[in-house]
Design a protein around this ligand. Structure first.
Ligand code: ASP
Length: 329
C-alpha cells in the first residue's frame, strides 16, 4: 500500500531564494515537492515556519513538536525540512519532547537551495521520505545518503555536502549502489507517545579554554542560569589550580545547579574517572554526559530541568538512555 507521509516545512537553505539581503527562506513545501518529480508516496505538505534555522529557538521547537504530535496517527512517517545550522539541536530536543514516538520523524535540509541546479536538496529530501517510510519509530536526520539518529547527529562542515556525522554510533541507514539499506537499529519500547514540551531555557553551554575565569560560571548562576553543560578537555578534565574550575563547579552544584560535562573531542566518550582532574570534578558532583553530543546534552538538561528535576534527579536522568542518545557502560 502506498505510504502516507507528511512534509512539515520550516525554512532553511533548502527553501531559500536569493534576495538583496542574502539567502532567505522563501519557497513553500509544495514548491519543494514540485521540484522533486515523481515520488512513490502519498505526500501531504504543511508549511509551519519559514525561518533560517539560526532563528529556530525553543518556541519553534514546541511548534514543530506539537505539529508532529497532532499528526502522528494520520501518517506513516513525517519529514521536517529545516535549516542545517541548528538541525542537530532541534532533532535532539524533539527526541526528548516526543518520547515513545510511534512513527519515524526525519529532518532534512541542504547546503544549496532546492531551486539551484545541482543542489543536494532533491537527494536529501528523497532520502528523508524513504527513511520516513521505512525506519523504525524515532527521530532521525537524513543527509548526503546517510540516515542518522537525530540525537547523535552533529553538523561538522559548513559548506560540503557531507555536512552531518553520526557521532559515536554508526548511521542507521545509507544509500549505496544497491539502493537504500537499513542497519539493525533500535526498535523503541512501545508505549503511548507523550508530548512534553516543558523545558527550562535558563541554561548555558560553556567551552573551557586555558585561562577561563571560573568567576564567569558564578556570574551565570547569579544571572539566573539553572544548569550548565561544560565542554571540558579530553575525557572531561577541567582546571584545578589557580583558575579553579573544579571548585566553582562544586560550589554551583551545592547551590542546586547541575553541571554536566561533555568533551571538546567530537568522538568517543567523556570519562571523569581516569585522571585526577576528572575525579576531583566527579567528587564535586559533576555529571558526565559520557558519549553524548553537546547538542543532545544541552537539550536533555533543558528538558530535565523543565520537569522540575533537582541536581540528584538530573544526575539519575543522565544515567538513563531515553532514546538512544547515550551509550551506558
Ligand atoms: N543558514 C541556513 C539555516 O540553517 C543554513 C542551511 O540551511 O544549510 O537555516
Amino acid at each position: 500500500m502506498t505510504k502516507k507521509l507528511l512534509l512539515l516545512s520550516t525554512g532553511g537553505t533548502i527553501a531559500s531564494v536569493v534576495s538583496d539581503e542574502g539567502l532567505a527562506p522563501g519557497e513553500s513545501g509544495e514548491e519543494l515537492i514540485k521540484m522533486l518529480g515523481r515520488l512513490e508516496y502519498d505526500i501531504t505538505v504543511r508549511d509551519i515556519l519559514e525561518l533560517d534555522s539560526s532563528n529556530i529557538q525553543p518556541e519553534e521547537w514546541k511548534i514543530i513538536a506539537e505539529a508532529i504530535y497532532d499528526h502522528r496517527n494520520d501518517y506513516d512517517g513525517i519529514v521536517v525540512s529545516h535549516g542545517t545550522d541548528t538541525m542537530a539541536y532541534t532533532a535532539s530536543m524533539l527526541t526528548f519532547m516526543l518520547q515513545h514516538l510511534n512513527i519515524p520523524v526525519v529532518l532534512t535540509g541542504s547546503q544549496v537551495p532546492m531551486n539551484v541546479i545541482l543542489s543536494d536538496a532533491p537527494d536529501n529530501l528523497r532520502l528523508a521520505f524513504t527513511a520516513a517510510a521505512n525506519c523504525a519509530p524515532g527521530v532521525y536526520i537524513a543527509f548526503n545518503r546517510k540516515v542518522m539518529r537525530g540525537c547523535r547527529s552533529v553538523k561538522v562542515r559548513t559548506t560540503a555536502f557531507d555536512a552531518f556525522e553520526s557521532v559515536n554510533v554508526p548511521p542507521v541507514g545509507e544509500v549505496t549502489s544497491d539502493g537504500f539499506s537499513l542497519k539493525d537499529h533500535r526498535i523503541p519500547e512501545s508505549g503511548e507517545c507523550q508530548l512534553n514540551t516543558k523545558i527550562d531555557t535558563h541554561v548555558s553551554l560553556v567551552k573551557l579554554f586555558p585561562g577561563f575565569d571560573p568567576a564567569l560560571l558564578h556570574a551565570m548562576a547569579k544571572n539566573g542560569c539553572h544548569g550548565i553543560v561544560i565542554e571540558a578537555y579530553g575525557l572531561g578534565g577541567m582546571t584545578s589550580i589557580r583558575r579553579n574550575m573544579v571548585a566553582a563547579v562544586g560550589e554551583l552544584i551545592r547551590n542546586g545547579i547541575p553541571i554536566i560535562t561533555t568533551s571538546q573531542c567530537l568522538y568517543e566518550r567523556s570519562d571523569l574517572t581516569k585522571y585526577e582532574v576528572g575525579r576531583l570534578a566527579l567528587l564535586e558532583g559533576a555529571i558526565s554526559a559520557r558519549d553524548m553530543t553537546s547538542e543532545s546534552a544541552i537539550a536533555k538538561l533543558m528538558w530535565g530541568l523543565g520537569q522540575g528535576m533537582d541536581v540528584k534527579a538530573i544526575t539519575n536522568f543522565f544515567d538513563m538512555d531515553v532514546a538512544g542518545e547515550v551509550t551506558l557502560d
